[in-house]
Ligand binder design. Sequence first.
Ligand code: PLP
Length: 411
Amino acid sequence: MRINTNLAGMNKAYLFAEIAAKVAAYAKENPDADIIRLGIGDVTRPLTPHVAAAFADAALAMGTPEGFRGYPPYEGYDFLLDAIIAQEYAARGVSVGRDEVFVSDGAKSDTGNIQELLAADALVAVTDPVYPVYVDSNAMAGRLGRPTAGGGYERLMTLPCTPENGFAPQLPQEGAPDILYLCSPNNPTGTALTRDQLTGIVAWARAHGTLIVFDAAYKAYITVADVPHSIFEIDGARECAIECCSFSKNAGFTGVRCAYTVIPRELTAQADGRTVRLGDLWRRRSESRSNGVSFPVQCAAAASLDDTGRRETQALVDGYLANARIIREGLAAAGMTCYGGVNSPYVWLKTPAGMSSWAFFDALLRQAQVVGTPGAGFGAAGEGYFRLTAFNTEDNTRRAVERMARVFGHC
Ligand code: PLP
């Protein structure tokens, strides 16, 4: 048997495992420690009553002769496609057709699978720090060459996003990539690209023939007017971009699983002298690989988009945003430097006193019994930073911030 050596040779996904091991060891040594976790990237509040009822009603209907349904349509039921188009696009003045929306089980799957549309030797660019799925999926497919000692890959183009460049990637001067992954609002930095920044990136991508994969999983958290909710709000994006969205972080679907990707009709490429639509390739690929998303899940997703669902879902997001504000303002008042947290559930903290992100992780756990995520785990440009999330309860968030301010404030 010959196995996929690209997969076998990958850098180890040690980040969250290493964090869990360190926290477990500390908890064993200190059984009475009241540890507060601000490292989790998972939502914690339950599905809203309206969404849960729609989910349950659809499941019960499946148990009746009239309500039973077999395989769903590959790209999603029309009722969900129409709700997505109306609420997520038309309501913002963006025109999207039914044949351009593809429902799936997750933005992780979609952002991981999208690379299957590309040539085997396509050049890949990601921002640094980065949500690791974009890198790992291309590494497995053999596009990135060998891992490097610094945690990257030989053929991976990394575009640092730092306070100095306003967390907007510095675009390559030469050697344009075939694909550029963007995530806005961003995991892990919690910052979001403004309309001007995104306009510049779209113009650059069009000029260089680069495909943008725009991960908008956190768009529900946008509170600022000049941050676009969709890349398709930018002129020309329909010729160069794919957008991946999710019900996970707004409607609390991390355990339910539903997402969607938009691929505009204008997005084409040449193959053997023919013009090919990327949406047709994605449809072809998805029909071969998936049998769609279950009826009850799609009913629950659609319920999150009607009037009651949107009202309830917004309350969930507002609750997490309130926690983000507690973190951001509390730490800033204690003299610490924070980014993000305004259009996102993540706050990107500059580690105090120039500590490395892992040294700060250890100090924070031992001295304040608070857990977060070292920025270096998301890429080299994350060194010296630390990710805190707003997904714990308000009470725990307040207590964690008080402890951090007491131990690390004004140092
Ligand atoms: N994209 C980003 C940037 C994320 O941070 C996450 C989850 O943390 C996902 C996608 C995953 O979304 P889903 O739950 O729809 O797979």
